[in-house]
Design a protein around this ligand. Structure first.
Ligand code: PLP
Length: 421
């Protein structure tokens, strides 16, 4: 199946007289004929269902669909993108371990890695995504357990050289985890470029309609957990009747371990209702992504030609420093998110934002409706002008998330707002 077809048909295969659309199984629990049947399921949780804190048929249909879209062997959904990033690391690192992450990633993930995981005794070493292989190599330590990066960073829009990071990770016997939220598997499939694990905030394009907060972790099944660095995969798990994940589950080891250790204990699993809504978004993902890219390219070109704009950051533009990497990893387009800087700093940016009629001012991004955010007044509000500069955020910078309205209406809205400054 081609990817457009997978969006519609993967994950749910109804049999004779069953519902055409994946049903919402609104049940916390499942019935067994005998105590022995329950014991069997506990012995091998992949055989049937135990409890909706970590598995549910509606959610699992979506997990299977997303695994197929990314080209992985299995997936585990989470109740947010943050939970997906957290579990992707905790499945590999314990107190005393470290991992490497590129610095240009979503601010919430920076806080999770630099502050919260630090409190749990896990060290994150940040590296510049554009650094040389030699420089990145210096960040590896004997206790390094993973490398993390964002395909298309929010909001920096830098493009990750996935093959470079996969090569370095593998030379050091650890997996590469890639947050692929902005491109989605329609525009980039990191596993095809050597990534081992992919995470998403499904709250963004995958859902697309701003109706559910969610996340997902997908495993490629390609990483060799028996290389000596990951004893939790190869030694009996006393918390789960002595299971040895690599021996008992083979290529499914990473996801079964995440489900039976982390999801069982944390319970950050999505509801069946949320998964149902996410599935509706996924069904049209391929069509939507193409249109987001087309609209964003036109907006980026329009803004670049405006004398009221200092600079436009969109990797699809030839002038962009990531243009070549974008062409390699996202040949069909770079999603709908653009950042640009208005002449006249914060005052003019605010005036522009407040003059928009069609685009709404929201903290969200990657929605079906065009939306904007002024980082200096919102997500980075607490920073002084100097701190903003150090964080690479100009007071005049705006994050513009192109929706699926007619492009003429989007550009007309931008034009009239630029006129006001
Ligand atoms: N990863 C990226 C790239 C994001 O942009 C976000 C949120 O904006 C997250 C992860 C966190 O996702 P969520 O808001 O679903 O927890």
């Amino acid at each position: 199946m081609k990817i457009e077809t997978k969006c519609l048909h993967e994950g749910y295969h109804p049999k004779n007289t069953e519902p055409r659309v994946v049903p919402i199984v609104q049940s916390t629990t499942y019935v067994y004929d005998s105590t022995n049947d329950i014991a069997d399921v506990f012995n091998d949780p992949t055989k049937s269902l135990i409890y909706s804190r970590f598995e549910n048929p509606t959610v699992m249909a979506v997990e299977e669909k997303i695994a197929a879209l990314e080209g992985g062997v299995a997936a585990m959904a989470t109740s947010s993108g943050q939970a997906a990033s957290l579990c992707s690391i905790l499945n590999l690192c314990s107190a005393g371990d470290s991992f490497i992450s590129t610095g240009t990633i979503y601010g919430g993930t920076v806080n999770l890695f630099a502050v919260t995981l630090k409190k749990l005794g896990i060290e994150c070493i940040f590296v510049d995504a554009d650094a040389s292989e030699e420089e990145i190599q210096k960040a590896f330590k004997p206790n390094t357990k993973a490398v993390f990066g964002e395909t298309l960073a929010n909001p920096a829009l830098s493009v990750l050289d996935i093959e470079k990071f996969a090569k370095l990770a593998h030379q050091n016997n650890v997996p590469l985890i890639v947050d692929n939220t902005f491109p989605t598997p329609i525009l980039c499939r990191p596993i095809e470029h050597g990534a081992d694990i992919v995470v998403h905030s499904t709250s963004k394009y995958m859902d697309g309609h701003a109706v559910q907060v969610g996340g997902v972790i997908i495993d490629s099944g390609n990483f060799d957990w028996t290389n000596g660095k990951f004893p939790e995969f190869t030694e009996p798990d006393e918390s789960y009747h002595g299971t040895v994940y690599t021996k008992d589950y083979g290529k499914l080891a990473y996801i079964v371990k995440a489900r039976m250790q982390l999801m069982r204990d944390f319970g950050c699993y999505p509801s069946a209702n949320s998964a149902f809504l996410l599935n509706l978004g996924l069904e049209t993902l391929a069509v939507r992504m193409k249109q987001y890219c087309e609209n964003a390219m036109k907006v980026a070109e329009y803004l670049e030609a405006s004398d009221k704009v200092v600079s436009v950051n969109y990797p699809g533009l030839k002038s962009n420093k990531y243009y070549d990497l974008a062409k390699k990893y996202m040949p069909d387009g770079c999603s709908g998110v653009i950042t640009f800087t208005i002449k006249g700093g914060k005052e003019n940016a605010v005036k522009f934002m407040d003059s928009l009629n069609l685009a709404s001012n929201v903290v969200h991004v990657a929605d079906i409706r065009t939306c904007v955010l002024h980082p200096a007044s919102s997500t980075h509000r607490q920073l002084t002008d100097e701190q903003l500069k150090a964080a690479g955020i100009d007071g005049g910078m705006i994050r513009f998330s192109c929706g699926l309205e007619n492009i003429d209406d989007i550009i007309e809205d931008i034009a009239q707002a630029l006129e006001k400054i």
